[in-house]
Write a protein that binds this ligand. Structure first.
Ligand SMILES: Cc1cc2nc3c(=O)[nH]c(=O)nc-3n(C[C@H](O)[C@H](O)[C@H](O)COP(=O)(O)OP(=O)(O)OC[C@H]3O[C@@H](n4cnc5c(N)ncnc54)[C@H](O)[C@@H]3O)c2cc1C
Length: 382
């Protein structure tokens, strides 16, 4: 059953986006995985065809598309492969910070380039010594006249190599009490003196997704690049992290659905003991369990997406969707690989790649332990 937030125009859009991906991404995806990078050229093609940030207002060159289009884009990207998550990050996670917290000048300067793919974005929160405990970051940005002088290091940054504009979470007031009140967001552009990139990190999965270290050594960032008010960065993050977590849940749900289809197809074709293994009741029951979990995930996810579109407070429900769906997708991956037998362990089978790709969804955008912490806090237990 189609979700209530998807209408005929979303279906038409999905079909044309799928055709685009079949031509421009699917044939090259495995090469991109080997090269460890999605070529910039593909970003430009996405932009040229209106698939980057279509939700941006017409005033800045966008289509004012509703969130249903974002759901469709993220689902179709995930069907090709999980390494395309960096595009969803640009579209629905990073650029919204510019759109909602940027000044008119910042929006006019950056948004049109974010739409065309000329400018790729990233968000840098995590540091070698601070991930879940965001208020404990040590990157500082101290104001000197018209500039902030930024010092510190970030790691695990998605789109870190490609990024032309990085939203850096830093402390403009390192002495603030409580510490989160000293956090601000600074947009740091490629070429900023003192801003360098470190290694492109080797990961267990998401091989085509560039994930990098970033270094700031007396980096001189114009004061005009502050996003939102000084000291308000933590509040901005808390607001926008909900959509980030929702995007991760959407990708994980789509991955689970894809892995189920791969497994179903496989067991129908694989023969053992004179018949298709799908005819053994034990296999049927496992497929039945997988299908049930996937249906539960989809129903809840669609409900949360509707709440989000309605502008309701989704902090608790997004946290629930994020931890449960990503955990469920990990179970589907393990079961899918098992039911593929030895072939499931071979790189040439998609289930093997998906098995490697899925665990990170329970780690980034806030670990699943952090999600349960949020849910528990909102249960008013103490
Ligand atoms: C592929 C990839 C891409 C990423 N992309 C980005 C990005 O674009 N930008 C960015 O800023 N970051 C990014 N990250 C970082 C990611 O968000 C962090 O890794 C994550 O938030 C966890 O932080 P940590 O790695 O420091 O783990 P830690 O915070 O050190 O946690 C270690 C373990 O302890 C648990 N833990 C910590 N505190 C508690 C507690 N109070 N109660 C119970 N358990 C606890 C955690 O859940 C986890 O299991 C990315 C990470 C990966 C792997």
């Amino acid at each position: 059953m189609a979700a209530s937030y998807l209408r005929e125009e979303h279906r038409i859009f999905r079909s044309s986006f799928r055709k685009f991906l079949e031509k421009e991404a699917a044939p090259y995806y495995l090469d991109w995985e080997k090269q460890g990078l999605i070529p910039r050229d593909f970003w430009r093609k996405m932009g040229d065809n209106g698939f980057l940030c279509p939700w941006i207002g017409e005033k800045y060159g966008g289509l004012s598309a509703d969130f249903g289009y974002s759901v469709v884009i993220n689902e179709e990207l995930e069907k090709i492969g999980s390494s395309l998550i960096g595009i969803g990050l640009h579209n629905d996670i990073v650029v919204p910070y510019i759109y909602y917290y940027g000044t008119e000048e910042q929006k006019k300067k950056w948004l049109p380039k974010c739409l065309t793919g000329e400018m790729i974005t990233a968000i840098a929160m995590t540091e070698p010594g601070a991930g879940s405990d965001l208020a404990d970051i040590s990157t500082t940005a101290i104001k000197h006249g018209d500039y902030y002088v930024v010092n510190g290091q970030k790691t695990f940054i998605t789109n870190g190599i490609h990024a032309d504009l990085v939203i850096v979470v830093c402390k403009t007031d390192p002495q603030a009490v409580p510490p989160y009140k000293g956090i601000s967001l600074l947009a740091v552009e490629r070429g900023t003196p003192g801003f360098t990139r470190g290694r492109k990190l080797e990961k267990v999965g998401l091989h085509a997704q560039d994930t990098a270290e970033l270094f700031f050594s007396d980096a001189k960032v114009p004061a005009a690049n502050l996003l939102g008010k000084e000291g308000h960065g933590f509040y901005s993050l808390m607001e926008k992290l909900q959509q980030e977590r929702l995007i991760v849940a959407i990708a994980a749900q789509t991955a689970a659905e894809r892995m189920f289809e791969l497994t179903k197809e496989y067991v129908k074709n694989r023969k053992a003991f004179g018949r298709a293994i799908s005819q053994f009741q034990t296999i049927q029951f496992r497929l039945a369990e997988m299908a049930t979990e996937i249906a539960l995930g989809r129903t809840f996810l669609d409900h949360v997406i509707e709440q989000h579109i309605d502008g309701r407070d989704v902090v608790t429900s997004v946290s629930m969707a994020k931890w449960w769906i990503t955990d469920m997708a990990k179970r589907i991956a393990a079961e899918g690989m098992q039911l593929h037998g030895g072939y499931g362990y071979m790189e040439e089978y998609e289930i093997a790649r998906r098995y490697r790709d899925i665990p990170v969804s329970a780690i980034y955008a806030g670990t699943n332990e952090m999600m349960k912490r949020i849910i528990a806090k909102n249960l008013n237990l103490s």
